[in-house]
Design a protein around this ligand. Structure first.
Ligand code: AMP
Length: 117
């Protein structure tokens, strides 16, 4: 497995506030939250660096990430008011950790996004 910060979190070598776990997916709070609720969902058993590295055989894995976020949002009572999921790919999107991850943002009315900086 390519090692990243998130690999260390999976192996419990560095601490994280883990809020979701199943056989395939780990969810933990972002250390620099961009919304009142900001949780990262990552694959536990594969370290795929970016969205661009996904192949057709990874479709189930990506589905599991999305379903984990939706399940967490329901469980935490966030689903009714709504939430956003984001996946950043490489530098123009500001990706900083090269282990595939999905951001779940919730808990406030979210601003517009996607404008060039
Ligand atoms: P991205 O910018 O899409 O690559 O997202 C990486 C995210 O990981 C950022 O939102 C960081 O705040 C977050 N992050 C970095 N280090 C940690 C950590 N040790 N624990 C939790 N989140 C982290």
């Amino acid at each position: 497995m390519t090692d990243t910060l998130f690999g260390k979190i999976i192996r419990r070598e560095i601490p994280a506030d883990i809020v979701y776990e199943d056989d395939d997916v780990l969810g933990f709070r972002d250390i620099a939250p961009q919304a009142p609720v900001h949780v990262l969902f990552i694959p536990k058993n594969q370290a795929i660096p970016t969205l661009d590295d996904l192949r057709p055989g990874d479709a189930e894995l990506v589905g599991k990430l999305v379903l984990a976020a939706a399940e967490y949002a329901r469980r935490e009572g966030l689903a009714q008011k709504g939430y956003r999921v984001v996946m950043n790919c490489r530098e123009d999107a500001g990706q900083t950790v090269f282990h595939l991850h999905l951001h779940l943002l919730a808990g406030a009315r979210l601003g517009h996004f996607g404008a060039p900086r």
